[in-house]
Ligand binder design. Sequence first.
Ligand code: 5GP
Ligand code: ZN
Length: 112
Amino acid sequence: MLNCDCLFCKIIEGKIPSSKVYEDDDMLIFKDIAPKAKVHLLAVPKTHFALLSQADKEGRVMLSRIFEKIPQVAEQNGCGDGFRLVINQGEAAGQTVRHLHVHILGGETLGW
Ligand code: 5GP
Ligand code: ZN
């Protein structure tokens, strides 16, 4: 279920524009507005939850499909030499948007 106050729910609904690179019934993958690497994509499940610990069965299925899809989408978007996945969980980790999202970073040699 979507959440009317959530930025990423609004992007999923098309109320806020985004540069989409992949979409299906479970997920949307789009370009981060402030890229931290040459390629920086965000993969979001099409149901609203903020933390891994809050995922219900539907959310867990969507997450597993996201992880299945990421290698193909990453390769198609310039990350054929490798990519990094990041999921910030909670304020102390720097999570600013409280709709779970997987950062996909690549397109260059990444420092740790
Ligand atoms: P977090 O800090 O929660 O892990 O990641 C949130 C990410 O969302 C940040 O990398 C930020 O640049 C990105 N972001 C914030 N607002 C927007 C937006 O309106 N559109 C897009 N495409 N990305 C956004
Ligand atoms: Zn949301």
